[in-house]
Design a protein around this ligand. Structure first.
Ligand code: 5AD
Ligand code: SF4
Length: 452
């Protein structure tokens, strides 16, 4: 049965212009999954609404990476009870990483009776069937079976017209001991090079100016292809596509950050000079417990090679504070490598225990207050470093892709090639093109400038 077509007929009978509200939590890859799903729903005759109270269909695409992310989702699902009370016809679906955790799926089923169906990250392809069933019966459904990934069942819909996301691989084989991803996203699998290149061509032909290549471990791309194709080769072929656009990628793992990849980034102007390289900890003992497969010394060798081959390339990172058994000494090791590496930005997280991961079994005696105090110290150190690094851009000219307006009236905002937020006085007609900007001022989080 063609579920999509039947749904189109059913929903247009209920309402001439049925609307969908979708909210994705978590990482960019999850947002991209949400957009792909949304693209398919729009093809069924729905239009997007930003108001849950007006929606015929509500979808929450969830994230399981930390407890806070899950709590946020539970809060939003709870609020939807009132929406369903006011509009009993609304269909509410919860999907994504949380649904892959059986205890979570069970909890949602038993606690939130207003949810019509749930589906996991392997079951996006089952969405039309689940929606059809929800429209025709009142039974709660949950599908978190591990279906094989169908790379053709993918929609390139983007939530904006300037920057586009292109997933290149799914899943992860690394099993970092704190991380839920291999359990909720499965083993690593890569899309074909030709499919990815064709997506990039089609997006850039349609005017997109920045392509973000996405994967949970982007630089181990290609291991499952026949023949295996290294990420550096994909990146080179992508950078050779003609057109006025640039390419970023997220997130690489330091253990797969080979020199040939850095050389390619250095060689091609289309590849942005900004690398997000998650470190997690500066202590070799903690890195070992995390199963990260590199030491602080090998991490710093990569940083030095990047700095030598690509002068001006910015490096940002992720840090986990308070991993089980982290001592004051371990934490100081993290502070010391932060001082040495001089990241232009750090995304820092307090360790969150995830059921089913290896680290969940490790004893954790550090108090919550101590973890918060370490986090405050880390943030304050990074603020000093960012302030110092950003001030050095004053007087220089950067290339910036403006993609929106700033919170401050009269300013537009975008990102430089180096991945730094830049704000400048300007009208919206300056949005969507690369502009040369002379930097006139700096904060610890952004630069200010004048469009030349
Ligand atoms: N607790 C805290 N932070 C985590 N991350 C992943 N798993 C956890 C966890 N259990 C962080 C890592 C990763 C980023 C996306 O989220 O720093 O790089
Ligand atoms: Fe969250 Fe990880 Fe799933 Fe992304 S892959 S949504 S970060 S749990």
């Amino acid at each position: 049965m063609d579920y999509a077509d039947t749904i189109k007929k059913i929903v247009t009978r209920i309402s001439p212009s049925p609307t969908v509200f979708i909210r994705s939590f978590g990482c960019r890859l999850n947002v991209s999954d949400g957009n792909s799903l949304l693209g398919k729903i729009l093809d069924m005759g729905f239009t997007v609404t930003n108001d849950v109270n007006c929606a015929a269909l509500i979808i929450l695409n969830t994230c399981a990476v930390r407890e806070n992310a899950e709590k946020k989702v539970y809060g939003v699902i709870g609020e939807l009870k009132h929406v369903k009370e006011k509009n009993p016809d609304v269909i509410i679906a919860v999907c994504g990483c949380m649904i892959e955790e059986n205890h979570v799926a069970e909890f949602i089923k038993n606690t939130y009776r207003h949810v019509d169906f749930c589906f996991g990250t392997f079951a996006y392809g089952k969405f039309p069937e689940l929606l059809y069933n929800a429209l025709t019966t009142a039974e709660f459904q949950c599908d978190n079976n591990k279906y094989p990934t169908d790379f053709t069942d993918f929609n390139l819909y983007q939530d904006n017209v300037i920057k586009a996301d292109v997933p290149i691989m799914y899943g992860c084989n690394n099993y970092c001991s704190y991380c839920i991803v291999p359990y909720v996203r499965g083993r690593e699998r890569s899309r074909e090079v030709s499919d990815i290149l064709s997506d990039i061509r089609s997006l850039t032909d349609n005017g997109f100016k920045e392509i973000l290549l996405l994967g949970q471990n982007v630089n181990s791309y290609g291991n499952t292809l026949l023949p295996p194709t290294p990420f550096s080769s994909l990146l080179k072929q992508a950078a050779e596509i003609p057109g006025d656009f640039k390419i970023r990628f997220m997130s690489p793992h330091p253990k797969d950050m080979r020199k040939d990849l850095i050389d390619i980034i250095a060689e091609y102007p289309k590849l942005c000079k900004s690398i997000h390289l998650p470190l997690q900890s500066g202590s070799n003992r903690i890195l070992e417990l995390m199963n990260r497969q590199y030491s602080r010394e090998t991490y710093m060798e990569i940083v030095k090679y990047i700095r030598k081959k690509i002068p001006g390339c910015t490096i940002s990172t992720d840090i986990i504070v308070g991993f089980p058994s982290e001592t004051e000494y371990d934490f100081e090791e993290t502070l010391s490598i932060i001082k040495e590496a001089k990241f232009y930005n750090i995304f820092s997280f307090i360790y969150s225990k995830r059921v089913g991961t290896k680290a969940a079994d490790l004893p954790d005696k550090t108090t919550a207050a101590e973890k918060t105090s370490r986090m405050t110290r880390l943030l304050s150190l990074q603020r000093e470093i960012s302030t110092e690094l950003y001030a050095k851009y004053v007087g220089k000219t950067l290339t910036v892709l403006f993609d929106g307006t700033s919170k401050t009236e009269g300013l537009i905002s975008g990102k430089s090639d180096e991945g730094i937020i830049v704000e400048a006085p300007g009208k919206t007609d300056k949005i969507g093109e690369y502009r040369k900007v002379r930097i006139t001022g700096s904060h610890n989080w952004a630069l200010h400038g004048e469009i030349l």
